[in-house]
Design a protein around this ligand. Structure first.
Ligand code: CO
Length: 344
């Protein structure tokens, strides 16, 4: 890199819970959606206490964007209203394009041990928000990777050092890398200056343009004019996600797990979900009966039952607000969509 990017600022995630009481850290939250357009959210979950994750994320809808779930450790089963199902295991990625709508569940398939991973939300351009849902599971072995100068790079999306990632998207041109550094290793990634980018360190520490970024911090990279990429150095062994994409520059209207361009489209999404109008088979108020494994009901956290009961609740009066508050307080990822909004 001739002109590497600098760090604009460091962000500390917020501890929260979502779904049926899954404890997680929300790293990229609503207040950063504009700054990090086209990315809407990044959650990190990681625990060796089954009570923190065992209830998972029972049936919940999404519309208007893509979710990318990257499992570092543990096993998670997912099923959706279009009849897809799969098992996400150590090192695997599920890429789901919600498009006009899916209802899915994400349920841990283990009762002990460590569960760790990330879920990233990537926005869709307005013209693609109502496309047919799509998803694919990539096992660890399916994900392109390379080792160079002491760094192992797993290329989930985009391109790095001539290696094409598992997924490419034209509108948002996402780059999603998992980088494992040996002590003393350096990694450079080319990035267009206009693309928004961040690094989340989840083990050890990396240094970017002289700024130390410890584990548990997200470094937002400055969009310096003329910068041609980013350089990461690790004095000791470290692991980090590098994420970048082309901003859409469109209005973001979000209500929980629906992300559209306008409030009217949000009302439509809520209405479609409530009435099960969407086709094919998306947004039925309930997923297939088989998506409710025995025993899970008893593990649910208090007051967190989504699904039919939640679906009858009404949208609060007035337009859905945008921004962080809508997203915070344990809502957003896959929580009880229609539960009363935080009235803060
Ligand atoms: Co979900």
């Amino acid at each position: 890199m001739l002109h590497p990017r600098t760090v604009e600022r460091l962000v500390t995630g917020t501890a929260t819970s979502d779904g049926a009481g899954v404890k997680l850290t929300r790293i990229l939250h609503g207040a950063l959606q504009k700054r990090l357009d086209p990315f809407l959210m990044l959650d990190a979950f990681g625990s060796d206490d089954p009570d923190d994750y065992i209830a998972g994320f029972p049936d919940h809808p999404h519309r208007g964007f893509e979710t990318v779930t990257y499992m570092i450790a543990g096993r998670m089963k997912h099923r959706d209203s279009a009849g897809h199902e799969g098992l996400l295991e150590n090192g695997g990625v599920q890429w789901m394009t919600a498009g006009r709508g899916v209802i899915h569940s994400e349920i841990p398939q283990q009762e002990d041990g460590v569960m760790e991973g990330f879920q990233l939300w990537l926005n869709l351009p307005g013209r693609d928000k109502m496309q047919a849902p799509w998803y694919r599971d990539f096992s660890a072995g399916d994900l392109p990777r390379f080792v160079e100068a002491g760094v192992k790079a797993i290329v989930i999306a985009g391109e790095s050092h001539g290696v094409a990632g598992a997924v490419a998207r034209e509108a948002t041109a996402p780059v999603y890398l998992d980088l494992h550094f040996d002590a003393g290793a350096r990694f450079a990634q080319a990035l267009p200056p206009g693309h928004n980018a961040f690094v989340y360190v989840y083990r050890g520490e990396v240094t970017i343009a002289g700024r130390d970024v410890p584990a548990g911090r997200m470094a937002i990279l400055a969009n310096d004019a003329g910068a041609d990429g980013v350089v990461l150095d690790a004095k000791a062994a470290a692991k980090a996600l590098l994420v970048a994409g082309r901003p859409l520059g469109e209005p973001i209207a979000q209500y929980g797990p629906f992300v559209m361009n306008t409030d009217e489209e949000i009302r439509q999404a809520v209405s479609d979900y409530r009435e099960g109008r969407s086709r094919p088979r998306a947004f039925r108020t309930r997923g297939p009966a088989r998506s409710r494994p025995a025993g899970r009901e008893t593990r649910r956290g208090p007051g967190r039952a989504p699904g039919r009961r939640g679906a009858r609740r009404r949208l609060p009066r007035g337009s859905p607000r945008r921004g962080s508050r809508r997203h915070g307080g344990g809502r957003g990822l896959s929580g009880p969509v229609f539960s009363p909004c935080p009235r803060r």
